[in-house]
Design a protein. Structure first.
Length: 277
């Protein structure tokens, strides 16, 4: 929530208390604003949400009226308005809440006709809470019967001006983008005319690009073949080693078989006497 939105919400939340503290009926405040009694009552009950125009009008009327009062009443009204809009940052939130609660009680008494006595009670309550005199910072200053714009209205206008400037900057950025496109357009058209007049360059460029792609693919394929050949070569080496090992083993088996044959021959060729024995 922005400062402006918070101040509007605070005014609407405390509108009934402020109206009664000033000693006005809903109809009297409506007459000062140029609206109906029902409009004032609706705003006090939060329906509809207070607009910025309504906020400016109500705050202007109340601060102008407070400046026109005298003595203790003027001082208290300015204090309460300052508390509602949280202008004095030296006052704690607890002090502010208690002071506004006291102002609500006094406003009810003021609406019942106990204006002077109620104001005395409010003075005592604010003093007890440590809330002294406030620096007069009226948004509306009565000058020779005319109304001049002061502090808080000027602040609101400054914030609106800053927002408008940000919007304008965004618009300028969009305009700059449009200018870039506008500047680039003749260059693009010139490039198009050049290509149209020299299509062979485009074809040659395309062929050259295709050749580069083909060479790149061939190099990639050749690398793949080399890797595959290496794998096959390694496998062949392994197979040859296995075959060699098997061959050695086969030779050993052959020698064993020959030894067996010789042994059998020797046994079968023994003399008969030896056999008989």
């Amino acid at each position: 929530m922005t400062t402006e939105e918070r101040e509007i919400a605070e005014l609407q939340n405390n509108l009934e208390m402020l109206r009664k503290l000033f000693g006005w009926t809903a109809e009297q405040l409506g007459n000062r604003l140029g609206v109906t009694k029902q409009t004032v009552l609706n705003l006090e009950h939060g329906k509809p949400v207070m607009t910025k125009i309504q906020y400016i009008a109500i705050r202007s009327v109340m601060e102008t009226e407070a400046m026109s009062r005298e003595g203790e009443e003027k001082e208290n009204l300015l204090k309460v308005l300052s508390l509602v809009f949280n202008e004095d940052k030296t006052i704690t939130e607890e002090q502010r809440e208690k002071a506004l609660d006291a102002a609500k009680v006094v406003s009810t008494a003021t609406a019942a006709g106990a204006g002077v006595t109620a104001m005395g009670v409010l003075t005592g309550s604010l003093t007890a809470l440590g809330i002294g005199a406030v620096a007069v910072n009226p948004a509306i200053v009565a000058v020779a019967g005319a109304v001049g714009v002061g502090g808080w209205v000027a602040g609101m206008l400054i914030r609106q001006s800053k927002l408008r400037n940000r919007i304008r900057k965004g618009q300028r950025k969009m305009i700059n983008l449009g200018q870039i496109v506008k500047t680039a357009e003749p260059l693009l058209k010139q490039a198009g005319r050049f290509i149209k007049a020299n299509p062979h360059l485009l074809i040659e460029g395309g062929l050259a690009g295709g050749l580069l792609v083909s060479l790149g693919y061939n190099a990639y394929a050749e690398n793949e073949h080399e890797q595959r050949d290496k794998l096959v070569e390694n496998q062949l080496r392994k197979d040859q080693a296995i075959i060699k090992d098997l061959s050695v083993k086969a030779q050993k088996v052959d020698k064993l078989e020959k030894c067996n044959e010789l042994l059998m021959d020797a046994l079968t060729k023994k003399s008969p006497s030896t056999v008989g024995a």
